[in-house]
Design a protein. Structure first.
Length: 310
């Protein structure tokens, strides 16, 4: 299973939910039909639970295994050898956290379907009676109140009211924002894509850290690919200590890197004080070579100008 499969699962589930909800006819909608749609939505969400479990157990597990292999090669290049018992499943904690994130999102989908059905039941009653009854249901209820009140004031027909309410409810469904996290609404497929990218990165870093601990390699370096993100630019190329006990480098856990924004593309690579020293010498050597080449070019340029002057 691949990273993009999670987005596909949620896109198909969203299509199914929208189809069921858009089939509602306000002139006939009642509790029995609401219960039927609610049961169908429950089956869709149950399918998403299974998909989340399958994806985290496959795509993220494969990512952890790849990260483990890359990290092992890097550690061997550094001259490290395993000093602790092998961790059976590197990246396991990150995978469990990813599954928890997806289950939470799935539960919010069901909660928002319930909210929508409640609003639709009230809307159905309004459309049939053209009565502006007092009802409070967040912003959706306020909008329904306004529509019903306008129908009364302008003496509009039930057909006009039904059309207005249907258009309002359709706009809610077609927005595809069924996932609510910390008060913010997300489109299902876009949220799944964001989670997939983010949790792939977390799993990769988690597996790298697990293997570094097994090899007792304390230092890791954050990748540097010239990003233009102010939030994570400050981490690029930095070196951190996994234990937090290094006299020179600060603790990774305290750096803020582990809580960086979703969709972050940075990653960790094991390093060591010896490797850092060699790299610094190499950089100094490159700087000296560039300076020598530049000075030689400038000297030849001056000689050329001097020859032209004579």
């Amino acid at each position: 299973m691949k990273q993009g499969d999670l987005e596909r699962f949620y896109r198909e589930a969203g299509r199914s939910l929208r189809s069921d909800l858009l089939s509602i006819r306000l002139d006939k909608f009642n509790e029995d039909e609401a219960d039927m749609i609610r049961r169908q939505a429950g089956l869709t969400v149950a399918g998403l639970h299974l998909a989340a479990e399958k994806w985290t157990g496959s795509a993220l597990k494969n990512m952890a295994e790849k990260a483990k292999n890359r990290t092992r090669v890097a550690l061997e290049i550094l001259g490290r050898k395993p000093k602790r018992p092998e961790i059976t499943e590197p990246g396991y904690n990150a995978r469990m956290k990813a599954l928890e994130t997806l289950i939470k999102a799935n539960n919010s989908i069901m909660a928002n379907v319930d909210k929508y059905l409640s609003v639709a039941l009230v809307a159905s009653h309004r459309a049939r009676t053209v009565q502006a009854q007092e009802f409070r249901y967040d912003e959706a209820a306020a909008e329904l109140d306004a529509i019903a009140l306008e129908a009364l004031l302008k003496e509009k027909s039930r057909g006009w009211l039904s059309k207005q309410i249907i258009e309002f409810l359709r706009s809610l469904i077609e927005a595809d924002e069924f996932i609510e996290i910390n008060g913010r609404m997300y489109k299902m497929s876009k949220y799944a894509k964001m989670v997939a990218r983010t949790e792939m990165k977390h799993t990769q870093d988690d597996a790298t850290n697990d293997l570094c601990k097994q090899y007792e390699n304390d230092l890791v370096q954050i990748s540097d690919h010239g990003c233009d993100c102010d939030e994570c630019e400050k981490f690029e190329g930095n070196i951190y200590s996994l234990s937090g006990n290094h006299p020179k480098y600060s603790a990774l856990a305290d750096s803020g890197y582990l809580d960086v924004h979703p969709n972050c593309r940075h990653s960790e690579t094991p390093t060591s004080e010896e490797a850092i020293t060699v790299l610094e010498r190499h950089r100094r050597g490159e700087s000296t070579l560039r300076r020598t080449i530049r000075e030689e070019k400038e000297r030849k340029a001056r000689e050329g100008l001097g020859a032209q002057g004579t």
